[in-house]
Design a protein around this ligand. Structure first.
Ligand SMILES: [Zn+2]
Length: 257
């Protein structure tokens, strides 16, 4: 499986000013693909990718940089490609929670051939992928972290969250871990992960590669090379700072050269 990074920005400022793209990720397998967190710009950005294999989408929580283009992607998958379209999302996204209204309309939820409320049922499958999820520690308390496997590899997605020891066990057995790391070493904020947390996350895990993504304005303003060098020094895993248009594993898209 290959993971395409259509967008690597996150948080209000980076999103509103499009300091990085916020078009989420496509996990592509032999038979099918999954759209993960289709934020603003996803429909535009994904036109450059082969979307014919998409068999569904995962929306990890109810914040716009994660759900904004979900309805358009549902239409692309189910109306344009006429594929069956599975929607995996927590309670907040499907039904609303507290002050947050649902992020995907009933009309579009009905357009999906199946939907899984991850708050009630943390496991699901899309095509050849097996998906496990767990609750994270974020401002949307229903936010889900992900572990997705095909028959060969397992990718973990440490989505928007505070660091907590309680989360580590879930990510055991991942070959690569993608971390939504909103902040550099300085200036950690509640509900988010900063670079300082990453060595703690990896300490008990045997991941081969750690991919830092979901960069905020503060992270993008920092000395990114220095931040990366610091992390390289701290951990055994290969450290990758994601870039828009990057594919893991594999080279960047030819058009980016
Ligand atoms: Zn969020």
């Amino acid at each position: 499986m290959k993971l395409h990074f259509l967008g690597t920005g996150g948080g209000r400022y980076a999103t509103a000013k499009q300091l990085r793209k916020t078009a989420g990720m496509i996990l592509e397998g032999e038979e099918s693909s999954i759209y993960i967190d289709p934020g603003p710009g996803s429909l535009v950005e994904c036109q450059e990718y082969s979307t014919e294999k998409l068999g569904g989408l995962i929306v990890t929580h109810s914040h716009p940089d994660h759900y904004c283009d979900a309805e358009s992607i549902i239409e692309l998958v189910s109306v344009i490609h006429e594929n069956s379209c599975k929607l995996l999302a927590p309670e907040s996204v499907l039904n609303g929670y507290g002050d947050m209204e649902k992020s995907v309309s009933n009309y579009h939820q009905e357009m999906c051939t199946a939907k899984v409320n991850l708050t009630d049922k943390p496991y699901a499958e899309i095509g050849e992928f097996k998906i496990e999820t767990q609750e994270m520690f974020h401002n949307d308390p229903k936010t889900r972290g992900l572990k997705i496997s095909d028959e060969v590899k397992t990718f973990g997605f440490w989505t928007d969250s505070n660091y907590s020891d309680e989360l580590i066990k879930f990510y055991q057995g991942c070959d690569a871990l993608i971390i939504n790391c909103n902040r550099p070493r300085e200036g950690n904020i509640r509900g988010h992960t900063s670079l300082t947390d990453v060595p703690k996350i990896l300490e008990e895990l045997d991941v081969k590669a750690v991919i830092i993504t979901h960069f905020s304005d503060k992270f993008l303003e920092s000395d990114m090379e220095e931040e990366k060098a610091w992390l390289d020094d701290q951990v055994d895993a290969k450290v990758i700072f994601s870039e828009d248009g990057m594919t893991y594993p594999g080279d960047r898209k030819l058009s980016s050269f």
